[in-house]
Write a protein that binds this ligand. Structure first.
Ligand code: AMP
Length: 145
């Protein structure tokens, strides 16, 4: 899918928001949801999405939604750092097929990094089991300010 086009209300994150498919939620409010990436590129890979916006990518998002998302991104990243003590944090966001995007509902990735652990490739990581993700989500949620 290119940078331009219509929002698909049946994309996988829209289904997660409607609880039509399962997800491992870290925290949420009326505007944003933080949940575990089911194909984590490292331990503790979290995704941040907006609940109401139909923005597919960074170019389309309303500035006030983006402000809420970045605040959520920082809040979650701080909790990830406290919970998992990574040595680094990669924050990623992809736009359009050619930009590496695979789910066309705007999202940010938080990927904890350790110098001696390789980060798995984007779109090439194995699926994690739900219990492992739930335990990580609980540890992260416990550190939220
Ligand atoms: P992107 O390629 O930037 O669009 O990122 C989409 C992300 O969604 C990838 O990191 C996938 O691993 C992740 N993903 C795909 N399906 C699910 C799902 N059902 N639950 C959680 N994460 C998912």
């Amino acid at each position: 899918m290119s940078l331009h086009g219509a929002y698909d209300p049946n994309n996988i994150f829209a289904k997660i928001l409607r609880d039509e498919i399962p997800s491992v939620r870290v925290w949420e409010d009326d505007h944003v949801l933080a949940f575990m990436d089911v194909f984590p590129q490292s331990e503790g890979h979290v995704l941040i999405i907006a609940k109401q916006s139909k923005a597919r990518n960074l170019l389309e998002v309303e500035p006030e939604v983006l402000a809420r998302m970045t605040a959520a991104l920082q809040r979650t990243a701080k909790a990830v750092e406290k919970a998992l003590r990574p040595e680094g944090l990669a924050v990623m966001q992809f736009n359009g097929d050619a930009g590496g995007q695979t789910v066309f509902h705007l999202h940010f990735h938080i990927v904890p990094r350790w110098a001696d652990r390789e980060m798995k490739g984007h779109g090439h990581a194995p699926m994690a089991d739900a219990a492992t993700l739930r335990a990580l989500a609980d540890r992260i949620a416990a550190e939220l300010d």
